[in-house]
Ligand binder design. Structure first.
Ligand SMILES: Cc1cc2nc3c(=O)[nH]c(=O)nc-3n(C[C@H](O)[C@H](O)[C@H](O)COP(=O)(O)OP(=O)(O)OC[C@H]3O[C@@H](n4cnc5c(N)ncnc54)[C@H](O)[C@@H]3O)c2cc1C
Length: 466
């Protein structure tokens, strides 16, 4: 196949034909918010070239999304305005439109020969694509650009353990380590006037004064603006993601295996916010690392285990577990053992407010919560401790699950992600095995503050956030 980088990544979502009488090819960008290493964008350019029709790329922004708040919208829009600039530099018009995904796409489809979506594994976003595709009267395609190995190629069932996913994935992984070429759009759409998309933001012509453009859009949105923004720690955009990636490759990866679980140090990539919004491609990360490291290097293996195995297993989890973001979705043995201990005495019980305000007796936990409030991210090792303690201090495990999801989705830049639902579920027994039975937790793995003290310099971590 000439476009072999697209192999196994193209799915037709309806049985409609390409409508050759219509004006445009339309790519509705949602999951993969980038110009570089974007399979959906290159597929759309390819279609534009063979059908000889101009391509429009559209990004819908709405204030009606779950927990829409200024912290993550700012980060997302910092990425989007730069992506608009980069895509328009290739001669392709990019519109930012205030509308919902479904309404906006249907509205635009009047002029579409075909519509392209990028793949998102989460339920709501899957439903959007399905609903629109049924209502369209032109062909729609979904292009996978979110993972290294397309998830449905590994299995069409829920995979309960990482080792099984690893075994299956490693057999075929290397055929997916391919560069994504940049195709030249033969027809430039950049100067086309598009009169009937009233909700498109008429951005001031400030070229690349990205901060002003972001403020301009944020002003138009009725979202929760009470949260602090976190630009001191994370600025959105593929350029920022590449800076983090370079820093990781040059200064951290060589000690990743040893220090990845040391929250007092900073040896992880900090790429999760960028991966969450699709501002960087996981394949790009892999390809960059392999320019400098052997694939069998121990640190690389350890990093790819997180970036590829655990991240893609999380996508399998949300695709094949209908209740992935609910307590009901946990494995039966885990729910049974937690239920058997539902009446165990809890030494401390905290409600959402206490937890949200980092107001517990446990200074380690408070520090982790403060890291989340302050920076929009939390170290992986502390996330485990954080969720385990919410189980210990809540009236019921179900309430604990809901509180963990709520805080995770509200405050973390990388929240509302398959990784979050899988990570929280892991703390409640998913992907894990039974341990020795104990109070409250039953056979679910327990974590103590002693484990923190033994593993790393906890005082150094406290000093950063308390
Ligand atoms: C309770 C709990 C909640 C979590 N919530 C989220 C969340 O909302 N969003 C999120 O992206 N991750 C979540 N994780 C997974 C993990 O903690 C973060 O992905 C990681 O801390 C991100 O930091 P990093 O980019 O520096 O990681 P690195 O160690 O540099 O890893 C690189 C990438 O691999 C992926 N990755 C790493 N660890 C995991 C993991 N355990 N599961 C799946 N993918 C992983 C991430 O995409 C990460 O960016 C959660 C874990 C737990 C235990």
């Amino acid at each position: 196949m000439m476009l072999d980088f697209l192999e196994y990544r193209i799915k037709k979502l309806n049985n409609k034909e390409i409508n050759i009488n219509k004006k445009f090819i339309i790519y509705v960008m949602e999951a993969s918010q980038r110009e570089d290493y974007n399979h959906a964008l290159e597929f759309s350019i390819y279609q534009s070239n063979i059908l000889k029709k101009p391509l429009l790329v559209i990004f819908f922004v709405t204030d009606k999304f779950k927990y829409s708040n200024i912290r993550y919208y700012k980060f997302m829009l910092e990425g989007i305005v730069k992506t608009k600039y980069e895509i328009e530099s290739r001669g392709v018009k990019f519109l930012i439109v205030k509308d919902t995904f479904v309404n906006g796409t249907l509205n635009l489809s009047k002029d579409a020969a075909l519509i392209v979506f990028d793949k998102n594994y989460l339920r709501t976003q899957r439903i959007w694509r399905k609903k629109v595709s049924e209502l369209l009267d032109c062909a729609s395609f979904e292009i996978e650009s979110d993972v290294v190995v397309p998830v449905e190629l590994i299995s069409n069932n829920l995979i309960p353990y990482a080792y099984i996913y690893r075994q299956k994935l490693e057999k075929i992984r290397d055929i997916f380590l391919k560069k994504v070429p940049k195709l030249e759009p033969k027809i430039k759409s950049i100067d086309i006037k598009i009169p009937n998309y009233q909700n498109a933001f008429e951005l001031p012509s400030l070229n690349n004064n990205f901060n002003i453009l972001v403020s301009y859009i944020l002003n138009e949105l009725n979202i929760d603006k009470s949260l602090s923004t976190v630009e001191k720690y994370y600025i959105g955009g593929s350029d920022e993601a590449y800076k983090k990636l370079n820093d990781f490759i040059n200064n951290k990866l060589f000690r990743y295996k040893e220090f990845r679980s040391h929250p007092d140090k900073d040896y992880t990539s900090n790429l999760s916010p960028y991966l969450h919004f699709g501002q960087i491609s996981p394949i790009k990360i892999v390809m960059e690392i392999l320019k400098y490291y052997e694939i069998n290097d121990d640190n690389v293996k350890s990093f790819f285990n997180e970036l590829i195995i655990w991240r893609e297993l999380a996508r399998n989890y949300v695709l094949f577990n209908e209740f992935y973001n609910q307590y009901e979705g946990l494995p039966l043995w885990a729910k049974n053992t937690l239920y058997e201990h539902i009446n165990d005495k809890r030494e401390y019980i905290y409600d959402l407010k206490d937890l949200e305000e980092a107001n517990t007796h446990d200074i380690y936990w408070n520090a982790a919560q403060k890291e989340m409030l302050l920076t929009g991210k939390m170290h992986n090792y502390m996330r485990m401790y954080w969720a385990k303690k919410i189980i210990e201090w809540s009236k019921s495990p179900k309430q604990a699950f809901d509180i963990a999801c709520y805080l995770n989705d509200k405050y973390l830049l990388d929240g509302r992600d398959a990784n979050g639902y899988a990570g929280i579920s892991w703390c409640f027994g998913a992907f894990d095995r039974p341990f020795k039975e104990r109070n409250i937790f039953g056979k679910i793995r327990y974590m103590s503050d002693k484990a923190l003290k033994n593993k790393f310099d906890i005082q150094k971590y406290l000093d950063k956030y308390l």
